[in-house]
Design a protein around this ligand. Structure first.
Ligand code: SR1
Ligand code: MG
Length: 423
């Protein structure tokens, strides 16, 4: 039996010595660890991320810390999130081949994953801030969501396997707790770690925190998030969790994975496109972003349309799980029954994703974890104007989600709010 070593955080200095004997790494990047070049590049809220280059190639080493990096050791966070990330990545690769980085090695005790170095990929959020119109993201992300969300559910999986996974990911308690508080509750009261652009947004923030309909809706969505264990979610699918080139899209960082509602991943993702849209006004130093704004609205429409079409295709071709069995519908010649059931399901996903999207917009402007889309706007008044529009948009789609029936309707609303001048 190999001896269990106590956890120790890696550093640029210690990494070559500690991982120099790891065959999964040395065979790919070169065995002379003394020659490795190591950089720590983690810019997320939680973990260490190293790029390690050797004479044969490069790899990424991601290591969890026993606390929230953004806040420090006053907020402990279990290392086991690395275990959930590893298991989520292996499932995503099976369900949506080629959509996540290849995994070379996992060390549970050291909470570290060695994976493919994606180059020349950059973080999608950065690309959108820079005004890059990437041609493939809508299609790639729409397909990724349809494949992972359908194939991780009772529509597709053997029920015994799904229940085993449900139990496995149910232990990702602390990361769910972060979402439950930071996304669904903290933005709507004066929680300790909240911050917002002040004093410019003070009035609007007070208005939103006094908005009974909004608070009730946020709690109904939290209830759905906590109780509707429908599929294995990525759990944190925002534009900072996606790496892109003009021709490739990869999803990273599924450490928040757990069994929850299909609409959560889709809503969070679309919210990040809508936030990118509202933030463009703050990035016009080098010229108008009209074209970028139009592009972003097209991307939301195309992502939803690709997701819907692929989900429908999987419904017809891969519905082999215990839900809505073919024996009740297609096998009896009742194609209309199958379509009726599908329409119900899709319509719930649509209504719920609007709610999750609205709430995600709010938490990125009112809570602890903000977005670079807005944060990099140096002029505070301009930033507040962009944020205020996004906040009003988020409130509208969350509270009125049952009365909104198409993505065009949502995008028209976004375009209208974008034209407003009030704060
Ligand atoms: C304390 S963690 C804050 C946020 O960072 C992660 O990326 C998640 O989005 C989480 O809500
Ligand atoms: Mg992350």
């Amino acid at each position: 039996m190999t001896e269990k070593k106590p956890f120790e955080a890696l550093s640029v200095e210690t990494l070559p010595k500690r991982l120099g004997g790891t065959a999964a790494l040395t065979t790919r990047i070169g065995s002379d660890a003394a020659q490795w070049k190591v950089r720590e590049v983690g810019d997320g809220n939680l973990n260490l991320v190293f790029i390690v280059e050797g004479d044969k190639g490069a790899a990424v080493v991601k290591q969890a810390l026993p606390y929230v990096r953004l806040v420090g050791d006053s907020w402990p966070l279990p290392l086991k999130r690395s275990f959930f990330e590893y298991h989520a990545l292996t499932r995503q690769e099976r369900r949506a081949p080629g959509s996540v980085p290849a995994i070379y090695h996992f060390d549970e005790d050291q909470a570290l994953i060695v994976m493919e170095f994606l180059s020349p990929h950059i973080i999608l959020r950065r690309a959108l801030i820079d005004g890059r119109e990437l041609p493939k993201i809508a299609r790639d992300i729409g397909l990724f969501m349809a494949h992972t969300l359908f194939r991780g559910s009772d529509l597709s999986m053997v029920t015994k396997d799904r229940k085993a996974d449900l139990a496995l990911f149910a232990d990702n308690v602390e990361l769910c707790d972060i979402t439950e508080n930071l996304v669904f509750s903290d933005p709507y009261f004066d929680a300790k770690m909240n911050r917002h652009t002040n004093p410019q947004l003070d009035g609007l923030v007070a208005e939103l925190r006094a908005d009974r309909d909004l608070k009730v809706e946020a709690q109904r969505l939290k209830h759905l998030f906590a109780a509707n264990a429908e599929t294995m979610l990525h759990g944190d699918l925002h534009s900072g969790s996606i790496m892109v080139t003009d021709t490739e899209t990869r999803m990273i960082d599924p450490e928040f994975a757990f069994y929850g509602p299909i609409a959560f991943d889709v809503g969070m993702l679309l919210a990040n496109f809508w936030m990118a849209f509202f933030s463009q006004r703050g990035h016009e130093e080098k010229g108008s972003r009209d074209s970028m704004r139009a592009y972003l609205l097209r991307v939301t429409a195309e992502t939803w349309s690709v997701f819907r079409a692929e989900f429908s295709h999987l419904w017809r071709t891969e519905r082999n799980g215990m839900l809505y069995q073919k024996s009740l519908f297609e096998d009896q010649g009742d194609l209309l029954g199958s379509e009726q059931a599908f329409d119900h399901m899709l319509s719930s996903i649509w209504t719920d994703l609007l709610g999750f999207a609205g709430i995600e917009v709010h938490r990125r402007i009112l809570g602890l974890a903000h977005n670079a889309d807005f944060e990099t706007i140096a002029d505070q008044d301009l930033r507040a104007r962009c944020e205020a529009k996004a906040l009003r948009f988020g409130r509208h789609i969350a509270v009125n989600r049952r009365q909104i029936h198409s993505i065009d309707e949502v995008n028209k609303l976004a375009a209208l709010i974008e034209q407003e001048s009030r704060i």
